[in-house]
Write a new protein. Structure first.
Length: 363
């Protein structure tokens, strides 16, 4: 065999080993928990990233991108963090970052509130008048405050190289704040893109949805909320069921307390259907299209659209029910006004577990 032939065989045997290393094309997870981009070390330093350990079998570097007050986000999966992160921040003022699109074909931003604890709303009407998270330049979103770690938002970013989107955390007074918000840019044709008008978007047969700042013990339902929560209908699933999340902290569940005095037993109230109640859910309510209580015997023939009060059910009463809707796309709409006192007291908001139902039983 000639030297040239032996060299050719050696090259064919060696090259496949290196061709599968996904340097520059994949994501990675740093030991601190942040997601990063797996890129060469030199490129990470040139792009002002933070080295966070090896990736791709040691051929790449997990590079994490962070920005804080006054920064500009130019990389995908960049984190907007508080000053002094990961320590808490007790300063006041406006902390802003500007998000520039990585490509004109980016249509949405997803904000993952990996860490998010700023001052809560005031106790009387639950208005965010001390701290606020604001987004400008994209679709309008409700102002939020308090504790919402684990929640997310989708922001429509427009077409082409439109105006930059600005994320702001406004702070006043003293509070031990911390935030780490991952900003993911989503291309227009991506399967990860949320449906139009959805502030929150969930996929999968089962999951959990909740209002911002929800907690069965310390949470306060935020005032002035108006947004949609969307759940992608999975293939061969035609309806969806909801149940109030388990409450392990209270003797009486506070997983669904939207209106009324939550310090006392409060039944469910409904609106939009045939059941007439004194409060037909006109101030604070959760809308689920044509919902029915499926565990009621006998079942009610009519369906309802709005539910409020302190018990989750598609009918008036004090018994929690499993609620089902076959209206697609699966979408919940949450609304609160700007007044709580004196009628609405200590409402926490809502937390619901959902399970999609297969296309059977006539659906």
């Amino acid at each position: 065999m000639s030297p040239r032939s032996r060299a050719s065989i050696q090259t064919r045997n060696i090259l496949p080993i290196f061709s599968v290393v996904p340097v520059g094309t994949g994501t990675c997870t740093a030991s601190s928990g942040e997601q990063g981009n797996c890129i060469p070390q030199k490129e990470c330093l040139l792009r002002a990233g933070i080295p966070a350990g090896p990736c791709a079998g040691g051929y790449g570097l997990c590079c994490v991108f962070l920005q804080t007050c006054g920064g500009v986000i130019r990389e995908n999966s960049t984190y907007f963090v508080n000053p002094n992160h990961p320590d808490v921040y007790d300063g006041t003022g406006s902390c802003q970052v500007t998000v520039q699109k990585i490509h004109p074909d980016v249509c949405q931003l997803r904000l993952d509130l990996d860490m998010f604890s700023i001052a809560p709303p005031e106790a009387l009407n639950h208005v965010c008048n001390q701290d606020q998270l604001l987004v400008s330049g994209g679709t309008p979103i409700p102002t939020i405050c308090g504790a919402s770690a684990g929640d997310h938002m989708y922001i429509d970013a427009g077409l082409g190289q439109s105006n930059a989107i600005v994320l702001s955390v406004i702070t006043s007074g003293t509070f031990s704040r911390i935030w780490r918000i991952r900003v993911t840019q989503i291309h227009c044709g991506s399967l990860s893109r949320a449906d139009q008008g959805c502030l929150q978007y969930y996929t999968g047969i089962s999951g959990r949805v909740r209002s911002f700042n929800f907690n069965t013990v310390t949470g306060r339902q935020l005032s002035n909320q108006d947004y949609s929560i969307c759940i992608r209908a999975e293939r061969n699933f035609c309806s969806i069921q909801y149940n109030a999340c388990p409450d392990t902290e209270n003797n009486r569940s506070r997983s669904f307390t939207i209106s009324g005095n939550s310090n006392n037993p409060t039944g469910s109230m409904v609106g939009g259907g045939t059941q007439v109640t004194q409060n037909t859910c006109i101030n604070d309510w959760l809308l689920i299209g044509c919902m029915r209580s499926v565990d009621r015997i006998p079942p009610l023939a009519a369906c309802e659209d709005r539910v409020c009060g302190g018990t989750f059910s598609a009918e008036v009463g004090t018994i929690q029910r499993t609620v089902q809707s076959s209206v697609r796309p699966f979408r919940l709409y949450f609304h609160t006004d700007g007044v709580e006192a004196p009628t609405d007291i200590d409402n926490r908001g809502f937390c619901l577990d959902f399970v999609q139902q297969p296309c059977t039983n006539g659906f």
